[in-house]
Design a protein around this ligand. Structure first.
Ligand code: 5GP
Length: 190
């Protein structure tokens, strides 16, 4: 997606440890007009699939998935929670995830009420790095005996193994921009 690549080049900042900061339009301040372009593009990439629901992970995935859902006939969006909150249903699917950015493990959870047997679920997230977040969401979907349609990612860091890990499990991965490398503050796309 050319417009996304341009936005990453003009507004993205490369941080230590191969972290790309895109706080100006994706992870902090959100460019909602642009999110609509992202949503349309996800629809285009998954137009041949039946999708009953979108699953994402808090926090950054929520707005992206919410806007994308409008292009999938307003299917429901569920976001996996990272923190145990008192008002969440006690009947939960949970999975352990290692955070690439925070370098620690955390548990993701979703209520059993919202992941149902036989549902076709599309996963959407902001970044793909090592694939841990996506694997956690896939685990939750499988526990609910629902089907993983695929994984839609805004920015894939192609130099990390996330895609390989997911494709080895026969998961379709669609990334709107794939970064080949980040070197001396510069970003190179595939
Ligand atoms: P993974 O689980 O695939 O290793 O990492 C994906 C998750 O880590 C995403 O949900 C995202 O929040 C975060 N992440 C990984 N790499 C980056 C990065 O370079 N920049 C930002 N902003 N988030 C990242």
């Amino acid at each position: 997606m050319e417009s996304l690549k341009n936005k990453i080049l003009t507004e993205g900042v490369v941080r230590e440890g191969n972290i790309l900061k895109v706080d100006k339009f994706l992870n902090h301040q959100m460019d909602i007009k642009f999110f609509n372009e992202i949503g349309k593009e996800f629809k285009e990439r998954f137009k041949d699939h039946k999708i009953d629901k979108i699953l994402t992970i808090e926090a950054s995935g929520i707005a992206i998935a919410g806007i994308a859902a409008q292009y999938f006939d307003y299917v429901p969006v569920v976001f996996a929670k990272k923190t145990d909150s008192l008002n969440i249903d006690s009947e939960l699917y949970t999975s352990k995830v290692h955070s690439f950015t925070k370098k620690k493990d955390y548990t993701v959870m979703a209520s059993k009420n919202f992941i149902k047997k036989g549902e076709n679920i599309l996963i959407i997230d902001d970044f793909l790095a090592n694939g841990c977040a996506a694997l956690g969401l896939i685990d939750i979907i499988k526990q609910g005996e629902a089907n993983v349609v695929g994984v839609g990612i805004v920015i894939e860091k192609g130099f990390q193994p996330g895609r390989k890990v997911l494709e080895e499990k026969d998961i379709k991965v669609e990334s709107l921009a794939i970064i080949e490398k980040m070197d001396a503050g510069k970003i190179y796309f595939k």
